[in-house]
Design a protein around this ligand. Sequence first.
Ligand code: F6R
Length: 606
Amino acid sequence: MCGITGAVGLKDISNVLFEGITNLEYRGYDSCGVALMNRTGIIIKKNVGGVKDVYQKENVLRHSTKLGIAHTRWATHGQVTRDNTHPFVSCDKSFAVIHNGIISNHSELKAGLQREGHQFVSATDTEVIPHLLEKFYRKTSDVEASFMETLKLLEGTFALAFITRHEPDQIYCAKRESPLLLGIGDEVKFIGSDFNAFIDQTKNAVIIDDEEYAILSRNGYTVKNFVTREEVDKPITRIEWDSETSKKGGYPHYMLKEIYEQPQTVINAMEVEEKSIDRLVGLIQKSKSAHLVGVGTTYYVTLYANYIFSSLAGQYLPAISSDEFVSLSPVDKHSFVLAVSQSGETYDTLSALKHARSRGAKTGAIVNVMGSSMARLVDCPILQGSGPEICVISTKAALAQMILLTRTALKLGLKNNHLSRKGYNEHIRSLKSLPEIIEGVLNERSGFIHRIAHSHRNVKNWLYLGRGVYYPVALESALKMKEVAYVHAEGMPCGFLKHGTLAMIDSDIYSIVFIPPNSEKVLYEGTLASVSEIRARSGYVLGIHFDERTRDKNLFSEELILPPVAPVIAPLIQMVIAQLFAYFTATSLKRNVDKPRSLAKSVTVG
Ligand code: F6R
């Protein structure tokens, strides 16, 4: 939800600021703006559109500068208009502010400021901040003191930064709940919502914690706590990702690149140290109740894990969507809550974890972003090591999370005596065979998937069906279709058909059915029975299955036959197929694949 960055240097920083905000565009791309300091004061350039578009329209790179801040927006308060685009300035234009988060008491603050004569131009929550800074500066003539007075009044969440012509060599920034980092280069100092803001310039970062603020100049930086006002000694964190892995590498879209990276993602997930898995297993075993939380795709990942823990470990770990967690889960100090999150910054999941911690529960998280809020909040963070996932749609990160959760379930199964050592070893061998199988499937089946996707691009409604562990795969696959192709797709357990949905089935309804290997006899037969129910009503079925021999020749309308594999990896391969199907549908419909409308990569608001 919005990306913020800023840079202050010895030389012109306009190009590095542009690179930084471009790298953050996946966080929001409704509109973009910059505030640049020059000899005469602050120049504001902003407009609706993506970063490159706005830079071109506003001719931003014409202005050289040694200090500036930039923002890319995902609208929460106020429509996507130029007036609602950050940065916002005070009445006297001496302060320019960018912000990610939500100021929850902005209406009261705005009313008070308007009574005092401040003029507002936007419908945003952020605009109160430059006016408050101006108001307090009039009283104190001290920028830092004015900042402290302003922060005292702000309720809600923020990563915010401002520049001011009263101190033209400094960038001020502060954080509560929304992510904020500093990048410490030799000649340039940066701020950013995440590492991508400065990864091309420096690998040295300082992670700002809640209730901290920082002042940066070209020569250095200070971090203080805005409650105690004391200086905080912050360690430098080395960023392990390199900027090359964040680039498209010849693929037309990040989504396709990330789908094709999955063999490596699985290898990385299999290489996550065994002792991390053992720690998770220990926490599950010690708890009286363990819960899984995630939201969107990561909720489906936890639902998948819910099935896997039942079958492989004989233990029921309920999966709860993070946004519903507070209403649903009775956690206490005997509970363990394991969150799953690519970004490690998702507001709903962070809130669930905070709620669990406030009740004394132990917490863990599987996250992809090192140094993220979640990685720092929980008792047991596990870094999944998938590398940067730039496409707004999650693909490889979700698969890696499923692998790590499967490893955890297998280890728990072993400890619980639910699995024999032999059974455990066999499953691990199957997981290790997955990269090669995915690679083969991607290389050999993508032409077929492309053809089916293209010929069905005008289908308006898809049903995605699966039984057992294939049900969360159906849900996740339907979400992929909705979010990247904007095509309605509904994920459903096969068993639901005859309890209502069959009434809808006719030749206009298209279904994709995830069929288990026939070694899973009960699931397999149950799934085929559902296919027959649809076919008997003239419904179209694309069957994704592993078995050619035992089926009725006319069962499916079309079919994708995969090589025979072990049940523990079968649903994961089908999920990869469905990612590619959604991708090709989206490209056939000319969608904005990496940045679908109305979405953002990291949802840091509730
Ligand atoms: C869908 C997608 C979202 C995220 C969700 C949680 O492709 O990416 O549904 O899964 O917003 O995000 P993280 O994993 O960052 O907590």
